[in-house]
Design a protein around this ligand. Structure first.
Ligand code: GLC
Length: 682
């Protein structure tokens, strides 16, 4: 991976270099000045830079929900529609615009949340409080919630995070395998259980809104977000994303947003995010992320659209628009696809939320962008910083009749409906009683099961697996063998996935050490340079078993766009000299190019990005559990094969993938993978 540039000055973490990992995990404690009890916000002053959050003010203890004023909308016995209409009728234009504004938590003080009647706050990737503990999160979220409820109409906040593989911003939370690994399990019930666990750990911190699941159907694994997808085939993505949403939003297989153990999901990114072309990124930083989905409407509807009617049927009430473009237009300005298809044809009654600052990408003129996007169907703008500019722009657009009051009311109705259905007016603070579920043994065991079921056995030459727990000596190498951050991947504590030395979990190495007999010697050297003790024949000592961990450093989004997917062959070759039996574990967000190295090792296992419970890997390596995983991405022999033409993919020969979609061995399969000399053939 090349050096990375800073993406933003917020919680989105600073960059990492190839050889070193320097991460700024500093959070910014949002001070909680006593929110002024003000009248309805009137943001008419000229837009300035966002208010600097004040520092160091004593954290306010969350107060109970403000005393209801006895308005009908505050009567939980009325229907949601009755409550929506009553509240909407009491709102000023500025209060309505405030509800359409989603701000990143470091960009606004609680006082401004009150002042402008902000409807939603988010923590971007890594957006932790300085005290990155469940308790610290609860305090932070509650402080914002208290500020929202301190307004005239006491409309509670929706606070959102990317809990995409567990409540992954929080140190101590259970970090589950990323979706590429869950796809390999093909186990919808397991995915639903993981979603339920994620909901509990999120609600424990006061959070009701998750920007998950991803519905992308990644068609080119060079995309840095491949691992956020369940697989390259639509049917599997539909099945597992729907299972995840139902797990998040319900406890019995149906959505029930009012249930105290459920939270709002956000199927994303609508639509065709996984179909962009290499080299088409509309940003100057990435290659394929935020690019152009250059397919006809029939293909868009056949490959990328089907997960959306399924999740709408399952109760989706929030959908995030995609950064990508289709039909020569940014998705965020796609009136046809958002209004006509998603809202009218598919009957979506929830709200469309923009992606991070995505509206700004539509046109060089901000006013034009805002008008285009809101009229095209975006109901909530993830601004995420300069909320005063957005609010001012919206006021002007309504005054100029470029955005109608009907459109504003439609958007606010959708937003209020969700807040009422979530029960936020009655229970705005989540449930701190759930804090003991965060990182609980039960959740970690669930994650360990998911790791086990996600493993794909690619080769098992001469029946190398399962390994013996009573081997005399086991050598282990590779920097990923002992690093929670690497095994967890992106979206872990930091946006780009830093893990953290305080992140509890079990590394691959620790799993091995725990699995073997007490008198088995496990020797770890990250570079595979084991002391060359000489045996009685004058040869360097050989281990019975050598385990090499290779793969990718963590990344998220476009920073992971890459056409260099070769693993490091040196480590494998080096181990082959020092061990009688060699096993390679691949920790990566996608299939890697391994062809040249295959013959150097007896067994190859794709472990994807397992998260904190990598003892699930040793559970299977040493035979306590079987290999059951199947790859849900066609595995290329060479990068030159990409993008695959899935309609015409041969089963054999040099144009075929090295491993087909759905490939995965059991330990009874003992053949070596046939290596074709494709250079010759071409
Ligand atoms: C990001 C991602 C989106 C995420 C959002 C908030 O840029 O595209 O998936 O939910 O910002 O972090």
């Amino acid at each position: 991976m090349s050096f990375f540039r800073l993406k933003a000055q917020f919680q989105k973490v600073a960059s990492l270099s190839i050889v070193g990992v320097l991460f700024a995990l500093a959070g910014c404690e949002q001070a909680a000045p006593e929110p002024e009890l003000t009248q309805a916000p009137v943001a008419t002053e000229v837009i300035a830079e966002p208010t600097e959050a004040t520092e160091g003010v004593e954290e306010a203890e969350p107060t109970p929900t403000a005393v209801p004023r006895g308005f009908p909308y505050q009567n939980a016995d009325l229907s949601v529609d009755e409550r929506v209409e009553d509240l909407l009728g009491r709102m000023s234009l500025d209060e309505k615009i405030g509800q359409m504004t989603l701000v990143e938590k470091d960009s606004i003080s609680p006082a401004d949340v009150s002042r402008f009647g902000i409807g939603s706050i988010l923590s971007g990737g890594g957006g932790a409080p300085l005290d990155n503990s469940p308790e610290g999160w609860y305090e932070m979220v509650s402080t914002y919630q208290e500020a929202a409820i301190a307004t005239e109409l006491q409309i509670p906040l929706l606070y959102g995070v990317d809990a995409v593989h567990g409540h992954n911003n929080v140190i101590g939370a259970t970090i589950f395998p990323h979706n590429i690994g869950l796809g390999a399990t093909q186990n919808a019930d397991l995915v639903a259980d993981i979603a339920r666990a994620t909901a509990l750990e999120s609600l424990a911190t006061g959070i009701h809104w998750d920007y998950a699941p991803v519905l992308a159907v990644p068609q080119d694994i060079r995309w840095g977000r491949t691992y956020e997808g369940y697989g390259e085939q639509t049917e599997l993505v539909t099945e597992l994303s729907t299972a995840f949403l139902l797990g998040l939003q319900g406890v019995d297989g149906t959505s029930d947003l009012a249930h105290p153990a459920t939270m709002l999901g956000t199927p994303k990114h609508f639509v065709g995010d996984g179909g962009t072309e290499w080299g088409s990124s509309t940003t100057d930083r990435y290659m394929i992320d935020q690019g152009v989905t250059n397919v006809d409407e029939e293909t868009l509807r056949r490959i990328h659209l089907p997960p959306y009617p399924a999740v709408i049927e399952a109760g989706a009430m929030s959908i995030m628009a995609s950064y990508s473009s289709w039909g020569g237009m940014k998705m965020h300005a796609q009136d046809y696809l958002m209004n006509d298809v998603l809202k009218d044809e598919l009957g979506f009654e929830g709200f469309i939320v923009s992606d991070w600052k995505a509206i700004d990408q539509i046109d060089n003129d901000y006013y034009t962008s805002v008008v285009a996007s809101i009229n095209a169907g975006v109901d909530l703008n993830m601004v995420p910083t300069n909320y005063k500019r957005f609010i001012n722009t919206m006021q002007t657009a309504v005054r100029e009749e470029d955005i109608s009051e009907e459109r504003i009311d439609d958007a606010v109705r959708r937003l209020l409906r969700v807040k009422f259905e979530l029960g936020l007016f009655e229970n705005p603070y989540g449930d701190p009683e759930l804090i003991e579920t965060v990182g609980s043994d039960e959740h970690r065991e669930l994650a360990r099961q998911a790791v086990r079921e996600s493993l794909v056995l690619l080769q098992n030459r001469d029946g190398a697996l399962p390994l013996s727990k009573s081997a005399e000596t086991i050598f282990v190498s590779g920097i990923g063998a002992d690093d929670i951050g690497i095994q967890s991947g992106g979206w872990t504590i930091g946006w780009q996935g830093v893990g953290d030395e305080d992140t509890p979990g079990t590394t691959v190495l620790e799993g091995i050490e725990q699995a073997v007999d007490s008198d088995t010697r496990v020797v770890y050297d990250r570079f595979g340079k084991f002391a060359r003790e000489i045996d009685e024949d004058g040869n360097p000592e050989k281990a019975d078993i050598g385990i090499v961990v290779v793969g990718e450093r963590p990344y998220a989004e476009g920073r992971g766009d890459s056409d260099d997917l070769d693993i490091n062959p040196t480590l494998v070759a080096r181990m082959a000299e020092r061990a009688d039996k060699v096993v390679v574990i691949i920790l990566s967000g996608r299939p890697m190019i391994i062809g040249e190295s295959l013959p150097f090792a007896d067994a190859w296992v794709a472990a994807w990005l397992p998260g904190t419970e990598a003892n699930g890997i040793s559970d299977v390596l040493f035979g306590d559990y079987p290999f059951t995983g199947k790859t849900t991405f066609s595995w290329p022999r060479s990068i030159d094969q990409l993008p695959f033409d899935f309609e015409n993919l041969p089963e054999t020969g040099c144009d075929a993938p090295l491993f087909q979609y759905g490939y995965g061995l059991s330990v009874d399969d003992v053949q070596a993978v046939e290596i074709l000399d494709c250079d010759q053939e071409q």
